[in-house]
Write a protein of this length. Structure first.
Length: 79
């Protein structure tokens, strides 16, 4: 924590083992699944992943690894 501000990487580390939604850069694609691991470059490992294209459910992808450079947003899924 820097002067009372929580860094974004700390927020993402706090989401491990919870359901998240990840928006991919330059594509109309979102992935939803359980965050298994994240590193300092925001590369993420997800399981039980489902692809959504233009907000329409697509394929079940299972386990995926996404390079941090390709991520536009990461958000928790509210159940």
């Amino acid at each position: 924590m820097v002067n009372g501000i929580v860094l974004p990487i700390k927020k993402v580390f706090g989401l491990v083992d919870s359901k998240i939604s990840v928006e991919i850069k330059d594509e109309e694609k979102k992935l939803q699944g359980r965050l298994v691991a994240v590193d300092e470059y925001l590369n993420i490992h997800m399981e039980e992943t489902i692809e959504f294209i233009n907000n329409q459910r697509g394929r079940s992808l299972g386990t995926v690894v996404i390079r941090g450079n390709n991520i536009l947003t990461i958000a928790p899924l509210i159940s």
